[in-house]
Design a protein around this ligand. Structure first.
Ligand SMILES: Cc1cc2nc3c(=O)[nH]c(=O)nc-3n(C[C@H](O)[C@H](O)[C@H](O)COP(=O)(O)O)c2cc1C
Length: 345
């Protein structure tokens, strides 16, 4: 049965202050599920334990063609964890995190427990409030530049989470990055397996699915959104996609990459938390972002992104940032749908 409840309408005032630990933890999950994930696959599961929440990678939602190592899957889980951390802090809990707490369970990525009582800082409150204000905004951005001071803060946000945020500077480097994005679009779209995987997660605008990407999120009207999955599966539209993405990249006030020193599950989890901190901090100042990750998903091109950044590390994400109108949020599974215990009943 279709859910009437919209997860994006979550209200702080509904926190069950007098409820049991379990009721409180379940409420906090509402914020984790608003995190972004590639194709909106929402590759996470949660288990409520006595005084905290365990976060599991849900590899049944993996994207083996575009993300064969579950790198982006883990980044998405890292983003959900960051939202949870801010939710714990917002409601006055320390939120103590253990990463990979059980070596025999590689899917158990983290456990977050209440810890002591601890009021949130102004920064944590602001980041928390941005959780429901964030969407991936693929619309063209206005030409208005982003202030240097905010960009410096975004660098600090990534560093705090163990990653690096680097703005791509200079016309030549920006053009090189746009070329890599366009080349990656052509490579990916020419691969029937890639298109089939993508098509499985694209849905008509009036979808009742709680996951995947409705056509409106990529700017499609109703009719185009009905035909979208069939068209994507059937035709190689790499050239058109490349031209559109090149235009989006060149027209964005900021193009940036997020990178880490290592390329391990731990680094991907850090990258996800860093990404979320950057995206939420940007929203505090009304700045939107979307992803142009394609060159990082094609191994030969990922090396060229690294060369362009001039760093020894591993690029994890390419982001474009700027000012725009709000866009409609994409669907989410409810806490009940992402709780492990309830699924096993
Ligand atoms: C690791 C990761 C990779 C992503 N890659 C892309 C991408 O290459 N292109 C794109 O348009 N969106 C990309 N996205 C954005 C997702 O499609 C988006 O988060 C998802 O559809 C949910 O929508 P929302 O962010 O508006 O909540 C990516 C998101 C994550 C977390």
């Amino acid at each position: 049965m279709a859910e009437l409840w919209d997860p994006w309408q979550i209200s702080e005032g509904a926190f069950p202050t007098k409820g049991t630990s379990s009721e409180k933890l379940r409420f906090l999950l509402n914020y984790a599920i608003l995190a972004p994930s590639n194709h909106n696959a929402q590759p996470w599961l949660f288990r409520i334990v006595s005084d905290g929440i365990e976060l599991y990678a849900d590899r049944t939602r993996a994207l083996p063609v575009v993300d064969p190592e579950d790198r982006e899957l883990t980044i998405g889980c890292g983003a959900a964890l960051f939202n949870l951390r801010m939710a714990f802090r917002n409601f006055g809990y320390e939120g103590v995190v253990q990463f990979f707490p059980d070596a025999s369970k590689p899917d158990l990525l983290a456990r977050i427990c209440f810890g002591g009582e601890k009021g949130a800082t102004a920064e944590e409150h602001a980041l928390f409030k941005s959780i429901a204000q964030r969407r991936t905004n693929r619309m063209p951005f206005q030409t208005q530049p982003i202030q240097e001071s905010l960009l410096t803060e975004l660098e600090t946000c990534a560093t705090k989470e163990g990653a690096s945020f680097q703005v791509v500077l200079g016309e030549e480097n920006r053009n090189r990055l746009a070329d890599l994005i366009a080349e990656a679009d052509r490579t990916q779209m020419s691969d029937g397996h890639f298109r089939r995987e993508l098509a499985a997660w694209i849905h008509p605008n009036r979808t009742s699915n709680h996951d995947g990407t409705p056509g409106y999120a990529i700017g499609q009207g109703s009719l185009a959104s009905y035909l979208g999955p069939l068209v994507v599966r059937t035709f190689d539209m790499g050239k058109g996609q490349a031209a559109r993405d090149r235009q989006l990249a060149n027209g964005s006030p900021v193009m940036a990459a997020l990178w880490t020193e290592n390329d391990t599950p731990g680094a991907w989890l850090s990258a996800g938390q860093a990404m979320m901190r950057v995206l939420l901090r940007a929203r505090v100042d009304n700045v939107w972002a979307s992803f142009l990750n394609q060159p990082i998903e094609v191994p030969e091109l990922r090396i060229r992104v690294r060369d362009l950044l001039g760093k020894q590390g591993f690029p994890q994400l390419v982001l474009r940032m700027g000012y725009s109108q709000d866009v409609k949020p994409t669907p989410r599974r409810t806490p009940g749908e992402v709780l492990m215990r309830e699924r096993l009943r």
